[in-house]
Design a protein around this ligand. Structure first.
Ligand SMILES: [Fe+2]
Length: 313
């Protein structure tokens, strides 16, 4: 039973569109009081280094020049101020594990969606907080699982591209799933001619189809958002097939592999995927983050360089 309906403009058509097309919905997450700057500052205060990443990036949307940092012993309030004046973004991972209130909201969201969308059964639900500076961007990328972006404060422009071979090749997708790369994939400026473009305001959320590449540009204001992630049986099947294809391509040199996520070929591919994972062969390819700046409220761009060190991803 839902404690509170969080979606405010749901129509019957959204049940058919969910997971298949991009949909823009309105929500009342801000009414929970859990996403004010004060509440989020307290959440940051309780955070350990492994619970977050904070990054900065360049200015060219075609160049992947980003760096990782640490917050040192700043308070959550100071971190938010530094992000407001700097050029950074901070992800707080799995916030539903930091505080049960967020878990309740996450469960509410998916319980409500499952009630509204026939046959939707989600698992491995996740919620990530994203606090980002004015005018920064999230590079062109795709995600491994179902993803929605919920805007809480500030404005951002979201570009969503078709989930087709043109915009995300099978090989690029396999690299993402095998974690040989972070989610970034090759981008060409002309892709924008084929994008759906949304200006996301507080109280709005966007949900797009699985593997639809997307990128985000903040307007000139601090942005606070959350992303929610979910898995379904179909998403798992697509993961197993594409992951399995990646393994077969790497081990047996297979080409022209089917991406169809139904039918008997799923099972050997899922087995190949699981075996690969079990053998931990993919561990070699896991990236790590080199931390080389510290957030500093007194510094001009809200950060100072420090001696680089490795932080496990
Ligand atoms: Fe994403």
């Amino acid at each position: 039973m839902l404690e509170q309906s969080l979606l405010t403009n749901w129509q019957d058509k959204h049940a058919k569109l969910f997971d298949n097309h991009t949909i823009l919905l309105t929500h009342k997450l801000n009414q929970t009081g859990l996403f004010t700057e004060d509440a989020l500052a307290q959440l940051i205060d309780r955070c350990e280094p492994q619970h977050y990443n904070i990054n900065t990036m360049g200015y060219d949307k075609n160049l992947l020049e980003w760096r990782a940092g640490e917050i040192g012993d700043l308070t959550g309030k100071q971190v938010i101020e530094a992000i407001r004046k700097g050029r950074m973004w901070m992800n707080l991972h799995r916030i539903m594990e930091r505080d049960l209130e967020y878990k309740r909201v996450l469960d509410n969201i998916f319980d409500e969606l499952e009630e509204k969308v026939p046959n939707l059964k989600t698992f491995k639900r996740n919620m990530t907080l994203l606090i980002s500076s004015p005018n920064i961007q999230v590079y062109y990328h795709a995600d491994i699982q179902g993803q929605s972006l919920w805007q809480l404060s500030g404005r951002k422009r979201v570009y969503v591209y078709p989930p087709t071979e043109t915009f995300l090749s099978a090989k690029s997708l396999e690299k993402i799933l095998l974690r040989e790369t972070e989610e970034e994939v090759p981008y060409e400026p002309w892709f924008d001619d084929y994008a759906e473009i949304y200006d996301l305001e507080p109280g709005q959320m966007a949900h797009w189809p699985l593997y639809a590449p997307h990128r985000v540009e903040n307007y000139d204001c601090l942005n606070i958002s959350i992303t929610t992630e979910h898995w379904t049986r179909d998403i798992w099947n697509a993961y197993a097939v594409n992951y399995g294809n990646g393994v077969l391509r790497r081990t047996l040199g297979f080409k022209n592999l089917s991406q169809n996520s139904s039918g008997f070929h799923i099972y050997p591919k899922a087995a190949a995927a699981l075996l690969w994972k079990k053998l931990k062969l993919d561990q070699r390819n896991q990236f790590s983050h080199k931390v080389d700046f510290r957030v500093d409220l007194g510094a001009e761009k809200g950060m100072v360089d420090i001696a680089p060190y490795e932080k496990a991803a």
